[in-house]
Design a protein around this ligand. Structure first.
Ligand code: HMG
Ligand code: MG
Length: 296
């Protein structure tokens, strides 16, 4: 049976905007974040503390954290000690670290092998947990890699096990390039739920091949009730060739509400948030529900 409620972790301001070709001004991002909060979003990835040479769009991370209204749980993404320290100084309370199961992807994304990344992260996570910080671990290329092809699910589970051993609060398990199918989603998320009942587990789908909604439904059936999603379907990882945006928050929320799974998000207010950011991004936003709203 389906859960009565599901939590949407809005990643539009981070995953959505990190790959945007146009410079989006800090003020416009903050207006977007505030409108998302007003729609009822309780958890959000606000920004990332990464090298501005690698991801210029996130160069204003400090100002975003300082400027965003503190409500609900707000994550900032970061891969290293420098990023964690800057995030904490800026007032962040929850962090999201990230690593790829695929070594080739991780090297392209963070300039380290997967093992080197894990060595770097271990003491940082243990320290953050001692300091009472909420830690989310984002697992990229959990299903498929743009360079290595299909990933052995056991490799993903083994990586998750290490994070769980170090005390993370949440695993966010990602189909980075939108190639997973609903059967793969159901199998991996069922196994993760069985093996890691002590942590929160979120599903992070990209919609490159329009399978994200089906994958989310499959994950829901596997017992997952936390979903990363991006308003307007914005986004993609700059270091994963061909990756497009996340599953659109509005499409996912609409599907959930139609099935009686409440998210606490007001769709009309969410459309207003999307129409605030749309003029500032390169491409028109054409997700199913937002298109219906625009043509109403
Ligand atoms: P590097 O060049 O190997 O390392 O980059 P470095 O230590 O030499 O750093 C390079 C420069 O960046 C230095 O500056 C550092 O100080 C600076 P310089 O001395 O040349 O002036 N730097 C930083 N600046 C600000 N904040 C920091 C920071 N760290 C170093 N935290 C590094 C290594 C990890 C920094 C780089 O590869 C990087 O920033 N990568 C980020 C990649 C990224 O953001 N990818 C997208 C997010 S992951 C994603 O989208 C996937 C996800 O959505 C799930 C999914 O869908 O799969 C989560
Ligand atoms: Mg992503």
């Amino acid at each position: 049976s389906l859960p009565k409620t599901a939590t949407i972790i809005e990643v539009g301001p981070r995953d959505g905007l990190q790959n945007e070709a146009r410079t989006v001004h800090t003020k416009d991002k903050l207006d977007f974040i505030e409108a998302l909060q007003q729609s009822g979003i309780q958890e959000m990835e606000l920004t990332s503390f990464v090298s501005p040479k690698w991801v210029p769009q996130m160069a204003d991370a400090r100002d975003i954290v300082a400027g965003a209204k503190k409500t609900g749980r707000q994550f900032v993404l970061t891969p290293n000690e420098r990023g964690i320290n800057s995030a904490m100084e800026a007032g962040a309370e929850s962090i999201a670290v990230f690593v790829g199961v695929s070594n080739s992807f991780n090297e392209k994304n963070i300039n380290k092998t997967t093992d080197q990344s894990m060595e770097t992260l271990k003491p940082l996570i243990i320290k953050a947990k001692q300091d009472g910080v909420f830690v989310r671990a984002c697992i990229s290329t959990a299903f498929h890699c743009p360079f290595e092809g299909k990933i052995d699910p056991q490799k993903t589970i083994d990586l998750c096990q290490q994070f769980v051993d170090w005390g993370v609060d949440e695993l966010s398990v990602a189909d980075t390039i939108g190639l997973a199918n609903p059967q793969e989603s159901h199998e991996l998320f069922s196994q993760l739920k069985r093996q890691f009942p002590q942590v929160l587990i979120a599903a992070h789908f990209h919609d490159t091949r329009r399978m994200a909604l089906a994958n989310a439904y499959a994950a829901l059936l596997a017992g997952i009730d936390r979903f990363d999603a991006s308003a307007g379907g914005l986004g993609g990882c700059p270091f994963a060739p061909g990756a497009t945006g996340n599953v659109a928050s509005e499409d996912l929320i609409h599907m959930f509400h139609r099935m009686g799974v409440d998210t606490g998000v007001d769709l009309d207010k969410l459309y207003e948030a999307i129409s605030l950011i749309e003029p500032h991004v390169s491409n028109p936003l054409q997700t199913g529900m937002y298109t219906l709203y625009k043509n109403r």
